[in-house]
Design a protein around this ligand. Sequence first.
Ligand code: PEP
Ligand code: MN
Length: 334
Amino acid sequence: MIITIKEGITSTQYDSLLERIKDKGLEPNIDRGALKVVIGLRGDTKGIETTYFMVDGVESVTRVSKRYKLVSREFHPSSSVIDVSGVKIGGDYFAVTAGPCSVESEELLFAAAKAVMDSGALLLRGGAFKPRTSPYDFQGLGEKGLELLVNAREKFGLPVVTEIMGIEQIELFKKYNVDMYQVGARNMQNFNLLKELGSIGKPVLLKRGLSGTIDEWLSCAEYIVANGNPDVVLCERGIRTFETAYRNVLDLNAVAFVKGVSHLPIIVDPSHGTGVLSLIGPMSLASVAAGADGLTIEVHPDRKKALSDANQQLSPEEFDMLMRRILKLRDIVE
Ligand code: PEP
Ligand code: MN
């Protein structure tokens, strides 16, 4: 349920409204937007009539029409800003996360980290645990990969984003103090994992599933938020369609659409979203124009030797050129 407050509400009216909310065992989620103050009610409102909150100082009381509630823009009209160890994403803040598909060695990771940092990326990405289609492909360095990521963080100062594949890895992620837990496309609906991510105290980057509808994707985000973690950033990474000319179809409708229905930040992954080197630049720029709050881009210092996704990782030089254009366009769009 959502309560919109009248502009001239007195403090006595406001306090008595908060009392009514508490009396029903509900928790107020207060969003002081530029135009209106909106109070979203957390908790079970099923048996309560909207008229119960229609008291002096209240403009309107409505029920959230969507299946997802806490992540909906109805519930929280202003855009959320998520802080990843000091790097902000969402609202007025735009951030690029970049780095290799997989963490492969200290030398390659450090070279990638230095390059992406110099070009303006604010976060370092890299998979230590890799979800691979074939069990015979490189599965990632595991714990060693996390160790290299935190060494890179120490050396270059960029917070790290890396993929968590199962609940059993949470302890390890805590041990290395991973800054942002990435849930990959293949785990979007791993509901047990999503529930557990409600209590990690770190932001989550939730990628869209290969065949996940926007409604399903936002319901997955709701799982994390409803279980106690409000810090979720969505990531559009392309979906499967009948088209086979490229790896995935990057759904940029989703960026503009999600902005309308949710307050969560949304970033775009043009690397997996296209799987084609020549498309990464244009689709990065298109993502910015569509209103994305950031990008995640794969960058490898020597892509021919990459152990995963060798066809879609930019060289540091290509990334640098692209970043200049992204940041220029971002200035215009802003
Ligand atoms: C990744 O970003 O490393 C990755 C595996 O992407 P996705 O889950 O979107 O396929
Ligand atoms: Mn990859």
